[in-house]
Design a protein. Sequence first.
Length: 212
Amino acid sequence: MERIEKSVFIKNNSNTFRKWAKWYDLTSFILLFLRKKVADLVDSRQGKLLDVACGTGAQTIEFARKGLTVTGIDLSRDMLKIARKKMRHAKNVKLLRADSEKLPFRNRSFDVSCISLALHDMPYSVGLNTLHEMKRVTKESGLIIIVDYTKPALFPVAYFSRCLVKLWESEYYDDFMKTGIEAYLHQAELNVEREVHYLLRTIKVITSVNRS
Ligand SMILES: C[S@@+](CC[C@H](N)C(=O)[O-])C[C@H]1O[C@@H](n2cnc3c(N)ncnc32)[C@H](O)[C@@H]1O
């Protein structure tokens, strides 16, 4: 991605999530069951977890409740502000402002890494670099969890869910859906160990074991 495009993306992201930050958690009850399912994929003995593009920490907090040592990173100051407020008493959570394309961590420093509902908010190249970075910072044989939209097989569900979701999603959502999450996994050489669909197959939770 050109330097100029990257700066435009960062500005867009900041503007989009400045508007969204205070409303984002209002819908969190709809996804609470999903957050818990995702947290249950991880054993609390698995130690250190990185939540990439953690936003307001809706998923981060569920990992933290399991007793894991969690680091959440995000680009948006406004989303992080909410996350910090929610988790101010959690001693096992660290929240940092960082770019997922350049994670400020050493190779293989986490047992598990997760990116939830964020790949569709990035241009393709940023998403791919993010997955490569997650592979780099996750230990060999560590778990990589990816949660995002997918295209339901049934045409009416696919059509109406896409029209509905487009009402609030960012400008990158359409391209993300056209590309499909499978293309990201293939390009980033992430093998799928397990995948489970939720919400009429509109959301997919993928677990991959880091083989790099
Ligand atoms: C829809 S929110 C999802 C937040 C959270 N993961 C969840 O499950 O609710 C998408 C988040 O991705 C973040 N994001 C987008 N691009 C990013 C990047 N390159 N680096 C870090 N965060 C990024 C945004 O700032 C936003 O907070």
